[in-house]
Design a protein. Structure first.
Ligand SMILES: NC(=O)c1ccc[n+]([C@@H]2O[C@H](COP(=O)([O-])OP(=O)(O)OC[C@H]3O[C@@H](n4cnc5c(N)ncnc54)[C@H](O)[C@@H]3O)[C@@H](O)[C@H]2O)c1
Ligand SMILES: [Zn+2]
Length: 342
């Protein structure tokens, strides 16, 4: 087991890579604890949960709402949960985001931790202290920055994860490697088959390196004033594609990364050889690199992007594999570049 620390403005967060759900009790001993999970995770792992009151949520993005938060507040009130109560979310990004949000607001904030059960939440969602819910169809519109006391990343839980959810996690790992860590990128190129078959040592290295990358970025820029924006690599176009087509987040981000790589080549930052390496790695990881969609709708969604300022959009580009830069791209340059992938 390996431990990584985040020093957030609201406190320290310990991320435990390779710790197991069975040992959760060691992190919450003698405390008033309420567990929050979802139906799928409960179905597979309920028998491994420690004996504490449990709130079970439905699944999917539509449960990540203020109504669900209100439902949990009501349950906490009924259980007479106090300031000393600790909330533990056991699940993927949705359970963790809601748990963190509810814990940060109930009684003006109680302590919380996560057992992260999807690859995406282990490498991304449960690291970094962003907690929130969707509002009126806008993702993560309402939320807070607040660090969980601990995050357990138990890689054994990934065995029951559907493949499409696994691939979403791989997309974020490729993102981390591309923006910050050429050695991790090369490791992925050499070990993608083992990664796909969930070879324990390979997955542990991928999760650990990803958490190190994300947490070091967060340690330098917790509130996303500058450097943390790098983590949006592939996400500007990715979100627009996700919105217009409804394809899974990871697939949309894969397309977004291919696009950002081609823009980087056009700007003379990345070589076309490196661009091909990125596409090849994504393909090897069963992620898409081209898509057939309505350009107009994607451009409309891009125009609404919250990162848009003035005439252009702030875009994360690559100055070589392993080094991200943020540059402003004009809408007309975007239009031209979209031809390559759409
Ligand atoms: N807070 C952040 O910084 C941050 C970062 C990235 C993403 N997110 C959020 O994370 C969410 C997506 O997270 P996700 O991809 O983990 O989705 P998710 O929580 O919906 O989990 C995916 C699916 O897998 C199921 N599941 C979870 N663990 C399982 C297991 N071990 N075995 C079998 N099934 C399991 C879930 O029930 C669900 O159906 C989005 O809402 C996104 O906004 C947050
Ligand atoms: Zn993402």
């Amino acid at each position: 087991m390996k431990e990584i620390e985040i020093y957030g403005s609201t406190g320290r967060s310990k991320i435990l890579v390779g710790e197991s759900l069975e040992n959760l009790k060691n992190y919450i001993s003698n405390e008033n604890v309420v567990l929050i999970t979802d139906e799928n995770v409960s179905k597979h792992y309920r028998n491994q949960f420690p004996e504490h009151p449990l709130i079970t949520l439905g699944t999917g993005e539509t449960v990540k709402t203020l109504d669900t938060a209100a439902y949990i507040y009501q349950n906490l009130l009924d259980m007479n949960a106090q300031r000393s109560t600790v909330l533990v979310g056991i699940g993927g990004g949705i359970v963790c985001d809601i748990t963190g949000f509810v814990a940060s607001t109930y009684l003006r904030g109680i302590s919380f931790g996560f057992v992260s059960s999807t690859l995406l939440s282990q490498v991304d969602a449960s690291v970094g202290g962003k907690n929130g819910v969707n509002f009126k169809g806008y993702k993560n519109m309402v939320g807070v920055f607040n660090q969980p006391a601990f995050v357990i990343c138990d890689m054994n839980l990934l065995k029951t994860l559907p493949e499409k959810d696994l691939l979403c996690g791989f997309a974020e790992i490729v993102k981390h490697a591309a923006i910050e860590d050429a050695a991790l990128f090369e490791y992925l190129e050499n070990n993608y088959k083992k990664a796909l078959s969930l070879d324990y040592n390979v997955i542990e290295r991928l999760v650990y390196d990803s958490v190190v990358i994300k947490s070091s970025v967060v340690n330098r820029d917790e509130k996303e004033k500058g450097e943390r924006r790098k983590l949006n690599f592939g996400h500007t176009l990715g979100h627009a594609i996700e919105k217009t087509t409804g394809i899974p987040h990871g697939e949309a981000v894969s397309l977004g990364m291919v696009f950002a790589a081609s823009l980087s080549v056009k700007r003379g930052l990345l070589s076309s050889g490196e661009e091909k390496q990125i596409s090849a790695l994504l393909k090897n990881l069963k992620l898409p690199t081209t898509v057939d969609i309505d350009r107009k709708k994607v451009i409309e969604a891009l125009n609404k992007d919250k990162k848009r300022e003035g005439d252009g959009i702030h875009f994360v580009l690559l100055d070589g594999i392993g080094k991200a830069v943020i540059e402003e791209i004009s809408i007309s340059e975007l239009h031209r570049a979209l031809d390559n992938i759409l």
